[in-house]
Every structure is written in structure tokens, then in C-alpha cells.
Design a protein around this ligand. Structure first.
Ligand code: NDP
Length: 338
């Protein structure tokens, strides 16, 4: 059983060497007698920004730190090889929390989602049909309550979540601008995902001026993925009664101390709604989201870009890469295709 082991707690930017590829002979490839867990064969693994938080020793976070010396854990798509649980049987496909290894034993299989639609790429269950999809859906529709004609701004706009928020906003009839960190991503936003405008934040000397250029009348909805300087600039450009869905702040995750954010009094002056959320609190809405998104995929009204690397040996580099924008679209690792 090949595995990616978490070496030790990380300070600053994570490195590939913070993880080690090993082959374990001791991991049981059979469920223990009488177990009501499941044995999974992992197919696709997801690299997600929240995993950085798990590399730091923290207590009281909504998700536990990784255990040094144990495999990395995270979202993935897998096939049930053996089941001691009444809700799953051999051959079923699932998505949910698993380990960065070829085979995993899951002792609480009720946390897994059984995959119903298999006529779409299975890897989508790490992205558009999984946790990032639900994040875009909840953060945009439920928090921002968007209306046709509103002005929407999305940061980290080409990523797993951002590319969906932009497309949802277009489907709602909004004007949407996205920002990303390379020329290639900016092109994708405009040509593939249908954003009205897009810009490379790394090439903008003054983000406030950039936003004024794209939003002369101000921003109604900001989908926040990065925090820091971007948030400061956005606060100066929000319209009265604007909404900010605070999804993530990736620019802060590798700092020992968060940067201060100025311009907070705009929240009062502009009567803003600023709401943070953790997607896992809202999985009760997953069936409703699936009802909306599956037809959109099938009718090609929405598209999804993935950045797929092959093999567990590629996983550490892929995970580290999302913190410097190496990924173009949802970062996925293939362990096996069936
Ligand atoms: P992405 O696929 O967008 O990957 C991360 C991207 O962030 C990179 O590709 C990079 O793109 C950008 N980035 C990295 N570092 C910086 C930086 N210092 N400043 C600005 N941009 C940076 O990730 P996801 O779509 O999966 O996640 C997006 C955000 O949503 C994250 O903040 C994540 O933590 C959050 N999230 C929150 C959830 C919740 O429940 N609240 C659930 C899921 C995600 P670029 O080239 O554009 O810089």
C-alpha cells in the first residue's frame, strides 16, 4: 500500500519534503473481522487550500491537524472493495474523506457520499460535484443572494471554487470580473468561463485603481478567496448594501501572523453584509445542489477545468503548488482510474 506520509508540522510555505512517499506492508488490506467500516480503493485525491491549516499544530480548529508520521488525509473519490456497513456494498463509488494511499479503511462510512451519477468524469467529485462545488454554491447563492444585473467580483477566480462562482454569476445575469495570477488564467476566465472581464492582480500596481477601472459604479458582491491587500481594495469599492461571502483567505495561510486589513469602516458606511462560512456545515443542501448542477453539466451550460497529475508520487508537489498558483483549475491527483 503506497502512502504519502505527513512528516512534521510546517512553518511558512509547505514544501514537497514535508511529505514522504512510502510503501507500507503493515496496512491491512482486509477489513478486520466484524468491522462496520469499509475498505476503499482510492481513485482520485483532492488538493485543497484548507489542508495547509492541518499542517500546523492547532487545537479547536474545525478540522484536526495532520498526525506526523501518518498518511495525509483529505477528500477523494474511491471504490468500495469490501464493506461491513449496510449503506455501502462492494463496487459502490463514493466521495468524501479518505487517505493519501492506495487503499484506506474508513471506520465511519456514514461520512462518505455514495456517487449516484457515473455518466460524468468521476474526478468531478473532488471539484464541481464535491466540496468545492458546494462551496461555490453555498457561498454565492445562499450568502450573497445575487440578483440579475448586479456587479460581482471573484478572487482566485480560475481555481476550483472561483471558476464556478463566475459561471453561476453569469447564469444569474450578473456582470462578473475575476482576478487570477497568470496571463493564461486571465485568458481562461474570459474565453472559457465567460467572465466579462479579468485581470492579473500580480501586474496591477494599485488594486484600488484596478477595481475602479472595472467597477466604475462599485461592487455589489465580492466572493472572497484571498484576503489581505485584495480585501482592503475591495472594501473601498463596495456599493451600499453589498455582500461579501468570506470563503477563504489563501494569501494569509502561510504567514505566521495575519496581515492587518484596513478600510473596515466601509462595512458600516456601505451597510455591508460580511459573512464567513464553512461548507461542511451545509452539506444538507448537497442534493439540492446536485439537482441544479447535473443538468447544467449535461446541457454544457457550465464547464469545469481540472489540473490532473498522475500517481501518489506527484501528490506532494501538486499540493504545495496551489499555494503559489501552479494549478490551473481544480488540482486533482489520480491514484487509479478504476
Ligand atoms: P484554488 O483551486 O483556487 O487554488 C488556490 C489558488 O489561490 C491558486 O491557484 C492561486 O491562484 C491562488 N493563490 C495562492 N496564493 C495566493 C496569494 N498569496 N494571493 C492571491 N492568490 C493566491 O483553490 P480553491 O478554489 O479550492 O479554494 C479557493 C479558496 O476557497 C481558498 O481560500 C480556500 O481556502 C477557500 N475554501 C473555503 C471553503 C470554506 O468552507 N470556507 C471550502 C473550500 C475552499 P492565482 O494564480 O490566481 O494566484
Amino acid at each position: 500500500n503506497q502512502q504519502v506520509i505527513f512528516k512534521d508540522y510546517v512553518n511558512g510555505f509547505p514544501k514537497e519534503s514535508d511529505m514522504i512517499l512510502t510503501t507500507s506492508a503493515t496496512v491491512p488490506l482486509q477489513l478486520p473481522q466484524g468491522s462496520n467500516g469499509v475498505l476503499l480503493k482510492n481513485l482520485y485525491l483532492s488538493c485543497d487550500p484548507y489542508m495547509r491549516g492541518r499542517m500546523t499544530k492547532t487545537e479547536g480548529s474545525y478540522v484536526a491537524s495532520f498526525t506526523p508520521g501518518s498518511p495525509i488525509t483529505g477528500y477523494g473519490v474511491a471504490k468500495v472493495v469490501e464493506s461491513g456497513h449496510s449503506s455501502l456494498k462492494k463496487g459502490d463509488l463514493v466521495w468524501g474523506f479518505t487517505g493519501w494511499q492506495e487503499y484506506s479503511i474508513i471506520t465511519a462510512p456514514e461520512t462518505l457520499f455514495k456517487i449516484q451519477h457515473t455518466d460524468v468524469p468521476l474526478s468531478y467529485y473532488t471539484g464541481i460535484l464535491g466540496m468545492p462545488g458546494m462551496t461555490a454554491y453555498y457561498g454565492f447563492y445562499e450568502i450573497c443572494a445575487p440578483k440579475k444585473g448586479e456587479y460581482v467580483f471573484v478572487s482566485a477566480a480560475s481555481g476550483a471554487v472561483g471558476q464556478l462562482v463566475g459561471q453561476f454569476a453569469k447564469l444569474t445575469g450578473c456582470y462578473v470580473v475575476g482576478t487570477a495570477g497568470t496571463k493564461e488564467k486571465v485568458e481562461l476566465l474570459k474565453t472559457k468561463f465567460g467572465f466579462d472581464e479579468a485581470f492579473n492582480y500580480k501586474e496591477e500596481p494599485n488594486l484600488d485603481a484596478s477595481l475602479k477601472r472595472y467597477f466604475p459604479e462599485g461592487i455589489d458582491i465580492y466572493f472572497e478567496n484571498v484576503g489581505g491587500k485584495m480585501l482592503e481594495a475591495v472594501l473601498l469599492n463596495m456599493r451600499v448594501n453589498g455582500r461579501i461571502s468570506v470563503c477563504g483567505m489563501i494569501s494569509q495561510y502561510n504567514l505566521n501572523q495575519e496581515e492587518g486589513v484596513r478600510n473596515l469602516s466601509s462595512i458600516i458606511m456601505k451597510r455591508l453584509l460580511v459573512k464567513g462560512f464553512i461548507v461542511t456545515d451545509h452539506y444538507n443542501l448537497y442534493p439540492k445542489y446536485m439537482e441544479m448542477v447535473i443538468p447544467l453539466i449535461k446541457e454544457e451550460k457550465i464547464c469545469y477545468i481540472e489540473d490532473i497529475v498522475e500517481g501518489l508520487e506527484s501528490a506532494p508537489k501538486a499540493l504545495v503548488g496551489i499555494f503559489s498558483g501552479k494549478n490551473v483549475g481544480k488540482q486533482v491527483v489520480v491514484v487509479a482510474r478504476e
